[in-house]
Design a protein around this ligand. Sequence first.
Ligand SMILES: [Zn+2]
Length: 221
Amino acid sequence: MTSYEQIFENNKRWVASRLATDAQFFEKLAREQRPDYLYIGCSDSRVPANEIMGLDAGEVFVHRNIANLVNNIDMNIMSVINYAVRHLEVKHIIVCGHYNCGGVKAAMQPQDLGILNPWLRNIRDVYRLHMEELDAIEDSAQRYNRLVELNVQEQCLNVIKTASVQQSYVEKGYPTVHGWVYDLHNGLLVDLKIDFIGLLHEIQKIYDLTGKGIGKVGSRK
Ligand SMILES: [Zn+2]
């Protein structure tokens, strides 16, 4: 375990190594950020966003919470999406779940988990939406993995339901939304290849906030 004091030593070493390769590194970063990616992931300590994507400081805007949820009355995530889309003009929004997610596992237990109940209910709702498919999976580990994937898919839909994403996509052709799952056992990212355009059109009838109709907009960028 790294001691508390050790962290400041690590930090100094990191600064020195960055400056050794680029003397302007911090000055450049301090001026502005222009990340192409917004990453929405789980708070789990084993899933470090920048590291698994091989991206440096300044290259990805990050939001993390328990079980990578996009809840429309959570002002935190809604502000993050709004800022990333309207001001940073990110080109891609990624919702990244992970297998062995403790939040998803907890949601699978039908019991009172106190303050976590309202948060985990979002995942229980995902289960309810996909109950038929999930209940047909006999192996509990496989069912758990599938719920992780379906949760990512539903949170992608929640991202697509936001006004900023819809309006930016109609006006500029970006961002596109992606669903990923990180596998703790091998460190690999799995792209669920959600059909962004298809989902956009599918939910348009109820959730269209563009006033223009997304269906009239061209094909995938
Ligand atoms: Zn997790």
